[in-house]
Design a protein around this ligand. Sequence first.
Ligand SMILES: [Zn+2]
Length: 733
Amino acid sequence: MITRREFLVASSASLIASGLPVDAQTASARPWYETMRRCGQLNLNERDPESLDVGPWIEYWASLKLDALLLNGGGIVAFYPTAVPYHHRSEFLGSRDLFGELVAATRAHGMRVVARMDCNYAYGDALAARPEWFERNRDGSPRPHGESSWLYRTCMFGPYFTEQMPAIYREIAGRYPVDGFFTNGWPSTGDLTVCYCVNCQRVYRDAVGATPPEQVDATSAVYRRYYDAYMARVLDVWKQWQSAVTEKRPDSVYVGNLGGGIRTVKNVKQLGEVARWFNADHQGRAGDTPIWDCAQQGRVARPVMRGRTITNVTGAYSNSRITWRHVTKSPPETTMWMAQTTASGMVPWFHWLGGAPEDTRWKEVGRAFFTWLAANEAHFRNRRSIADIAVLYPQRTIAFYRSGTRPGAWRGAERVQTSEYLQGMYYALLEGRFLFDFVHEDDLGAATLAPYRALVVPNAAYLPDQACAEIRDFVGRGGSLLATFETSRYTAWGDARPGFALGDVFGADVAGDLVGPSPNSYMRIGGRHPMLDGFEGTSLLPGPETRVAVRSSRAAAAAVPLTVVPYYPAFPPEMVFPRTPRTDEPAALLRQVGRSRIAYFPGDVDRTYWRSGNTDLGHLLQNAVRWVLGDTRPTVSVDGDGVVEAFAWETEPGYALHLLNYTNPNMTRGFIRRFYPIGPQRVEFTVAGGRAVRAVRALRAGRDLRFTQEGTRVRFEVPGVIDYEVAAIETGG
Ligand SMILES: [Zn+2]
């Protein structure tokens, strides 16, 4: 398999299109992991060496036609007879070299091996001998693991990360033919931790200036310096480890553990700059998380990796708000997670925990999906995404934002969930069946935004100067813009600007404080406009929960199709009448400058939509997106019933349209129990000029579809979608 893959990579080099991101263009020199499509992991426990039967396990993984298998090397527990001091050998290892046996069997089946490591904990003997390796509380005590209290948390700023872990990597790389190293749990995209060990105290004294706050607090100059110092250390360790693992094998790779979906604190753009392979440890959802959480993960990772490998781990076990490690998750939920991974351009990584399962129901779930992937592999080799809309991923607003709630607000303030603006916009885009990509706020240059007709900005309140300048340039080049609420009102760290940095683009000036959060305010329809289509029969629309008081800039000459009707009591009914039925305060501002169309909503319509589910707000957002896109037809359209997330790709054989069927009573509360098939989906797909379509095939259904082609326009109908369908469009020329 390895030989064939390498041959295919080399022979396809000349086919790589010029539209591909720069990083992915050096095709013949691409390392093995850049063309990997299927990945699996058996995650061992300390006791497994006592009884693990290597043969059947490796046969199972080989039956999934994996490119690479993750197997436990060491870190907390060594699964081989290590000679590195304080590297704890499994107490059940005996005379075995379990890792060595597994590596040999995996290689014999033509799969690559990635050593799964854990750098986050070590045993008490290490704590006694090397106290400077470990995190400390304020009182100097070490930090034991919450469940396994004989393990102690290691500190990223200490020599455990720069001496001990590299020593272990070198030992494994010296003894075994491994193709990469992965560290569980580090660095993650979540909150920074604050530690009081000697190494951290030195960092606080020399680089930060004081002990940082324990919670996210971007108003603190100390927190800001700590954030920068923390990111710098993460990137430095990452580079050191990449260097250590490639000493013997230049095509080896270090894989860090990332993820977080749309809720990241660490800057994913910076992480993407050092990551050769971005692994999202985003194994499933819990509670009220919407099903599309995995597709969102792909959308966050893709723009920072620019065509390089992204994997997403799917837990085959039941990980949710309550975790069971040793029973199988609902198979439809698992399948939908892997489908989203694939549709959004990531590589699925199927994960089971423990070498002696008493529940084996998960095995066929993975095998069915992976063998289908393998049988259609060429159609999952993507060259570029096809979408008309870019959605700005508001990194700093999601990480740091504090706004929207004020003491004394109506019925008490609720904590602002900083991703809810993006989530509401996302839901509106799904329901409107728009095809879109995420772009990162630190990468909005002309080349990045060139493929898109419109940029959608869901409350990027904390927006760096450069991003503001790049958005202004995009509009100046004829690009369209839809923005909401406090977008550009604060600097990257959240210092208030005098007004919006993009106020001239919006045609809006800040006229006062935030208003809200409050219910029972409205937007009054002020005339006819395409953005108001479908609202016949009402002159009022539901108002956003919170808004920035704005006035229309005199110079901008923006249209004001909606005005604010301020809050009045919702209870008791006797008191429910408007005190100020009409104002001239804009609730939406629309401008057209040349080809560019700009829609700005001073209210948090996106977040209010997510929190309320009010259908008028979703409809309004969809109308606004359609209006900013202008009159030309979309590159791809999918028409039919159902809640569907769509991705379109240019692929090596042509194109592929991925349709994920979310129509399900468990769409916003897991787990999916069964699928609810949807009917015909009518597709119009624009192909590049001169490319004749030879066939359109529904890969999940396994049948050819009738199609017509007129010039660049291809039309076909997908008869139905059970869980997931991929319409593969094969082209010549
Ligand atoms: Zn420390």
